[in-house]
Design a protein. Structure first.
Length: 124
């Protein structure tokens, strides 16, 4: 439930862990693993929803590419655990998805563009 310091006590040949999901469970226990899975789910859902929006084909391809990149990370986690500089690619993916989420909400929060200015309830 709370993780462990190392895998030395697991037995002969089991010290080397190559699965990111297991590593997260070892480092922080079940809570860390669940938080990681929830974060991965939310980010993948955001990228997927972005790719399905009606917008220019370039932005749709961007959304599709981010989805594929994120799914690639999730599949890679089954056979590799990220160490050192490789974690930066994961953090870059998180940053791209966060930027996409911000652009989705920015578009939804704008009231109206007419005549080159933003029209709100006070000027309407």
């Amino acid at each position: 439930m709370i993780g462990c310091k190392s895998t030395e006590h697991w037995g002969y040949g089991m010290i080397d862990v190559t699965n990111q999901y297991i590593v997260e469970g070892i480092r922080g226990g079940v809570a860390t693993l669940v938080l990681m899975l929830v974060a991965l789910y939310l980010m993948l859902r955001t990228a997927w929803r972005f790719s399905l929006q009606e917008m220019s084909i370039d932005r749709q391809w961007l959304g599709w590419g981010v989805c594929v990149m994120f799914i690639g990370h999730c599949v890679t986690f089954l056979g590799v655990f990220y160490v050192g500089q490789m974690r930066m690619f994961l953090y870059l993916t998180f940053a791209v998805v966060s930027a996409i989420y911000g652009s989705m909400n920015y578009k939804d929060n704008l009231n109206c563009y007419e005549g080159g200015y933003i029209q709100d309830e006070y000027t309407a």
